[in-house]
Design a binder for this molecule. Structure first.
Ligand code: ZN
Length: 448
């Protein structure tokens, strides 16, 4: 870590007359311009953020709730925060404990082929033996309804073209139950993403209680398209699926919390953060170590620059976002007697920032739009309407304004929930820009 003290602050204050950041009054207190300029300059030269994120991901990958990796990773973060002088609090959270076991898929017939799969989180297994059945490929919920008679006793393959994550993920989430509705014996979903590199993408799924629970896994985009072509040629396709997974009793995980106390209204809180758990494939660098380390660095930067917010800015690294959001719920429950003024989440990848989206009252939005003129320099001054992220969801339900950092997501869903979610997918400059954006947003909420 480099030391940044008053000399540095003085050095760039002298540079302000030449700075590109527009100078005018925003009704946010006297110090938004100085603060934004200081934070902008600081994030031009910080070399610690990406390296720390990469070190964490390299040694604590596959941080699924219930895993040793997640808890050892949290221990490392707590120890690192303490070594940097933070007073760290943790909050115990009871989390689901699903375990992936042996899984494989083979095609038999004219083409014999091993196919890559990733069981979906929460799926039941095939039992102690493999399951052999014919395949039927469908393209949508309407398509399966129209071909209901052909699905019975078969393995359904959902070859659904990616439109948006929100829309397409429905097939991962409830495809198994929709296939079971028509008598299918297993459900295979084309990986949810716009682009494939032979990587299956896992993720959470849920069963409809009134329908049989059948095994559910993701296959690669390439294999879904292959199966479609074969079916279109009239081929009879047989697949053999082995899927072993089980759920154990709940485990204990932790939310991690540090804060910069407010000087004027310490009891009013702006919470920022990301989620520390990940899927059990890859290292969860994009999803969401990047978000955690960006939000943490934003707070650390303010402290190192000697910036003192009027309201308290708190960092929460939520646990169990991926398969339960129990960390977010536990956090919201624990804040019953506190006064939160905003929640700001970073969980869409820490690529080039574009602005924020959220559910904001008009007066706050207006102040933020003023403050975000300081983000024009990195192209991140927009505010779109949106719901915020999953971990600020329980706060939103309590009527607290929430927002989420919006980034260029071109590459995010290429790697999302796969073995390829590794630190090299993120770059230091973009992460530093995300830190600047998160810090300006937090500061503007804390100081208006
Ligand atoms: Zn995430």
């Amino acid at each position: 870590m480099k030391k940044i003290g008053n000399c540095f602050l003085l050095a760039f204050l002298l540079l302000i007359p030449f700075a590109v950041v527009p100078v005018q009054s925003f009704g946010l207190g006297d110090d938004i311009e100085d603060a934004a300029e200081a934070m902008y300059q600081w994030t031009r030269t910080d070399t610690s953020l990406w390296n720390t994120m990469a070190e964490f991901c390299d040694y604590y990958p596959k941080r699924l709730s219930g895993s040793d990796n997640l808890e050892r990773g949290i221990d490392w973060i707590v120890a690192t925060m303490k070594s940097r002088g933070w007073d760290v609090k943790t909050q115990n959270v009871s989390v689901p404990n699903w375990k992936r076991g042996t899984e494989w898929l083979k095609m038999h017939g004219q083409l014999n082929k091993d196919m890559k799969i990733a069981g979906l989180g929460g799926t039941v297994g095939t039992g102690s033996t493999s399951l052999l059945a014919q395949v039927y490929v469908v393209k949508s919920f309407d398509d399966i309804k129209a071909h209901a008679a052909e699905v019975k006793g078969k393995i359904v393959v959902w070859n659904v073209e990616f439109t948006t994550y929100r829309e397409t993920v429905a097939y991962r989430y409830r495809g198994a139950s929709e296939a079971a509705r028509y008598g299918a014996v297993a459900s295979l979903v084309r990986s949810i993403g716009p682009f494939g590199m032979q990587t299956p993408h896992t993720g959470w799924m849920k069963y409809n209680d009134s329908l049989p629970m059948i095994p559910a896994a993701a296959i690669t985009m390439e294999d879904a398209l292959l199966l479609q072509r074969m079916q279109d040629r009239g081929a009879k396709i047989e697949l053999e699926l082995m899927l072993v997974s089980h759920s154990e009793s709940n485990a204990t995980s932790r939310n991690v919390i540090i804060e910069l106390k407010g000087t004027t209204h310490p009891e009013e809180i702006v919470v920022i953060g990301g989620h520390i758990d990940s899927w059990d494939l890859g290292t969860g660098a994009m999803d969401d170590a990047g978000g955690c380390f960006v939000a943490w660095r934003a707070l650390e930067m303010m402290r190192e620059l000697g910036l003192k917010p009027k309201r308290t800015i708190r960092l929460c690294l939520w646990t169990n976002e991926e398969n339960g959001t129990r960390g977010a719920q536990a956090y919201a429950d624990s804040t019953k007697n506190e006064h939160h003024v905003a929640g700001i989440e970073c969980d869409g990848g820490t690529f080039r920032p574009r602005g924020f989206s959220g559910t904001l009252p008009p007066d706050l939005k207006e102040d933020l739009l003023d403050a975000f003129e300081h983000l024009e320099i990195i192209g991140a001054s927009e505010i779109r309407d949106g719901e915020g992220g999953a971990d600020t969801g329980p706060l939103r339900e309590k009527g607290i304004p929430v927002m989420e950092l919006e980034v260029d997501t071109t590459r995010y869903f290429w790697y999302h929930h796969t073995e390829a979610d590794t630190p090299d997918k993120l770059n230091p400059k973009e992460m530093n820009d995300c830190t600047y954006a998160m810090a300006v947003a937090a500061w503007a909420c804390a100081n208006r």
